[in-house]
Design a protein around this ligand. Structure first.
Ligand code: ATP
Length: 241
């Protein structure tokens, strides 16, 4: 697979976002390398979703720099995908949903069908291919959405709480797909409120608090000995705001 070649490292410097005069993100700086998923954690309202949207180009920063390696930003954007907490399914089969972005990308019919079927098969979703996507369970829809993103072979994939509201079995199934996507060489940056999930998936953790990245560390180090007092309190389950 083609991996995150050309796109990473991602260098973020002094990134800020202001909405209605209120600073939502302030002076956010970090560097993301190719490798296992990076996981963004922090209390409600810390700015996690906003940060993903800025990086994916869905919101314009108020200040700072987002620098993808080697590629101009417009090209970098075409090599990225994002899956939201509640993915939008088109009123057609799961297979047709996976084919849809491939069609938009100009892939000829037989080729896109073959690619969509291969991805569904690879992620153990072949049985769902001909089911109407909107009638699938929340967990099944989320897995189809992940397959739809993976079919485009993105260098970078942003996931905003991919298993929010899912039960443990469905969460596990989503995590298996995220792991498979990362193993294909796609760099994943995801948010989660599930600290167990962060431990299971993360290579590194970005801890966001009140619009600032207050710690960025390898996951094992972060969970064993968080350096920032806010991160330590968060891991202990103390209320943060
Ligand atoms: N366009 C906007 N206009 C005004 N306020 C905004 C806008 N976007 C986000 N916010 C505010 O910015 C803060 C951060 O929101 P964001 O959704 O990024 O946080 P989060 O860390 O993802 O939270 P959660 O964990 O609850 O999903 C919140 O207080 C939110 O209300």
């Amino acid at each position: 697979m083609r991996a995150g070649s050309g796109l990473l490292p991602l260098q973020v410097e002094g990134l800020g976002f202001v909405a209605g005069g209120v600073p939502i993100l302030q002076d956010v700086s970090f560097r993301l390398e190719a490798g296992p998923p990076s996981v963004l954690i922090g209390p409600n309202g810390a700015g996690k979703s906003t940060l993903l949207r800025l990086l994916h180009g869905l919101l314009p920063p108020s200040g700072g720099v987002i620098r993808w390696a080697l590629l101009p930003a417009e090209v970098a954007r075409r090599r990225q995908a994002m899956v939201f907490q509640r993915p939008v399914m088109l009123r057609r089969s799961a297979l047709a949903n996976v084919e849809y972005p491939l069609r938009l990308a100009g892939l000829p019919g037989p080729e896109r069908r073959a690619r969509a079927q291969a991805v569904l098969g690879e992620f153990g979703l072949g049985d769902l291919a001909h089911r109407p996507a909107r009638r699938l369970s929340g967990g099944e829809q989320q897995r189809i959405a992940l397959a739809r993103a993976a079919a485009m072979d993105p260098a970078m994939l942003f996931l905003d709480e991919p298993s929010a509201n899912l039960d443990p079995a469905a969460t596990r199934a989503v995590e298996e797909i995220v792991t498979a996507i990362a193993a294909r060489g796609t760099k994943v940056l995801m948010t989660t409120h599930d600290l167990g999930q962060a431990r299971r998936l993360a290579g590194d953790i970005l801890f966001l608090h009140r619009g600032r990245v207050v710690e960025h560390a390898p996951a094992a180090r972060f969970f064993a000995a968080p350096a920032a007092p806010e991160a330590a309190a968060f891991l202990k389950g103390e209320l943060l705001w």
